[in-house]
Ligand binder design. Structure first.
Ligand code: E4P
Length: 219
């Protein structure tokens, strides 16, 4: 399973990357806007030290605009993946860009049908949004599981990025679903590697060690 970081913040990415946990990065216009500096600069800074795919999203709504933007984004760094929203115009753009060898990530996928359409259009990645689906009362994970089944039924090569991940349980369920990738916000990562019983265990061991050392010194 691969982990992508769902953030445009270089410091956050560096922190997790030092642990060897980052296989790629996904950004979106909201995440880029939080950085308050030029889009190109942010993407190039990330792509400079992350070898895996770095998704950069188009903002045009017409296929021609998305294609133009996508061709430009793809020149920013070798590992840039063009992120395209799941619309009819988006599918048109994915079809053209993928035929030119440009990698795409179809975002805002909320149903199996949408994921299947994007796959057929030639998407390299599809991003079903687990958390946002949960928010509507649906089971976001079910869409990921079903898409995984569709990929295996037909041997499609498109990879599933489980997105809109909100908590530890999401990640564990995504891992069990067999999704290729989970894209995780930087703020969630520390919660994934820590556990109160680990902290309590360390505290207990160190206390006992102190007592033991004191006893050794007093011998
Ligand atoms: C995916 O690529 C998106 O950037 C992201 O997962 C959206 O998540 P949100 O629902 O937390 O905004």
């Amino acid at each position: 399973m691969k982990f992508f970081l769902d953030t445009a913040n270089v410091e956050e990415i560096k922190r997790v990357n030092e642990l060897g946990l980052v296989d790629g990065v996904t950004t979106n216009p909201t995440l880029i806007s939080k950085e308050g500096r030029p889009f190109k600069e942010v993407i190039q800074d990330i792509a400079n030290f992350i070898e895996g795919p770095v998704s950069a999203e188009v903002v045009g709504l017409k296929a021609e605009e998305m294609i133009k933007e996508g061709r430009n984004l793809a020149t920013w760094a070798e590992n840039v993946v063009v992120k395209i929203p799941m619309t009819e115009e988006g599918l048109k753009a994915v079809h053209i860009l993928s035929s030119e060898g440009i990698k795409t990530n179809v975002t805002l996928v909320f149903s199996v049908a949408q994921g299947l359409m994007a796959t057929k259009a030639g998407a390299t990645f599809i991003s079903p949004f687990v958390g946002r689906l949960d928010d509507t009362g649906k089971d976001g994970l079910e869409v990921v599981e079903d898409l995984k089944q569709v990929m295996s039924n037909y041997g499609y090569k498109t990879e599933i990025i489980a997105a809109s991940v909100r908590h530890l349980q999401h990640l564990e369920q995504i891992a069990l679903s067999g999704a290729d990738i989970a894209t995780i916000p930087g703020s969630i990562f520390p919660k994934l590697w820590s556990h109160p019983l680990t902290d309590k265990g360390i505290e207990g061991f160190l206390k006992d060690w102190e007592v033991y050392e004191q006893a050794q010194r007093n011998k």
